[in-house]
Design a protein around this ligand. Structure first.
Ligand SMILES: *[C@@H]1O[C@H](CO)[C@@H](O)[C@H](O)[C@H]1NC(C)=O
Ligand SMILES: *[C@@H]1O[C@H](CO)[C@@H](O)[C@H](O)[C@H]1NC(C)=O
Ligand SMILES: *[C@@H]1O[C@H](CO)[C@@H](O)[C@H](O)[C@H]1NC(C)=O
Length: 171
């Protein structure tokens, strides 16, 4: 179901998977969103984590930071753009996380002196990870925008760069 939905959406020129779930915590901790804790990685059962295209699998005994919030969203929110093939089971494996208020809304991404609009199709859990619900992948960072190839192409940046500093805002 989820996968079909994603494929349908990916026929749009541009789309994006936005990585944070800790809802934005306005006001109080305005400039800082500190880790809420950490979880200890355990080794994924055989064949349970598919480390393709830069997706990462939890490692036994490694500690991973968790976040219950994301940096506040402004008209120029700093983030790191990464590339997603939208083909892996990955963090879409769990029931859809795209039920927060920004899902299926459009955002504008500014990078490399250009801007593109993209649709948010998923969110990634920063509060938990390394379990079957999360495909045995670590909790996500809370300031990453994981985008399709089309987004990179429209920004004029080759995908092999891997990571790009961007600003984004609600479209
Ligand atoms: C990994 O990335 C390559 C190149 O972008 C793509 O062709 C391939 O389908 C991806 N594999 C998976 C399993 O997502
Ligand atoms: C977001 O962008 C898509 C594709 O460009 C467009 O079809 C859609 O109407 C936009 N959605 C909103 C909520 O503006
Ligand atoms: C993005 O979408 C907004 C709202 O629909 C629109 O005003 C703006 O021109 C679009 N920007 C780009 C770069 O397509």
């Amino acid at each position: 179901m989820l996968k079909m939905k994603k494929q349908a959406i990916s026929s749009f020129l541009i789309l994006v998977l936005i990585l944070f779930i800790g809802s934005t915590c306005p006001g109080v901790e305005a400039q800082s969103c500190k880790p809420s804790g950490r979880i200890k990685g355990r080794k994924p059962p055989p064949k349970k984590c598919n480390p393709v295209n830069q997706s990462e699998c939890c490692k036994e005994g490694v500690f991973y930071q968790t976040f219950k919030c994301s940096p506040p969203v402004s008209h120029q929110t700093k983030a790191t753009l990464t590339i997603n093939s939208f083909e892996k089971g990955g963090d879409g494996g769990a029931p859809s996380e795209c039920d927060n208020y920004r899902c299926l809304k459009n955002i504008t991404i500014y990078g490399n002196g250009r801007k593109v609009n993209a649709t948010v199709v998923d969110e990634c859990d920063s509060t938990m990870g390394c379990d079957s619900d999360h495909d045995f992948q670590p909790p996500c960072p809370n300031h990453v925008v994981d985008a399709s190839k089309a987004v990179w192409q429209n920004l004029g940046v080759p995908t092999h760069v891997g990571e790009l500093d961007i600003l984004w805002s609600d479209a």
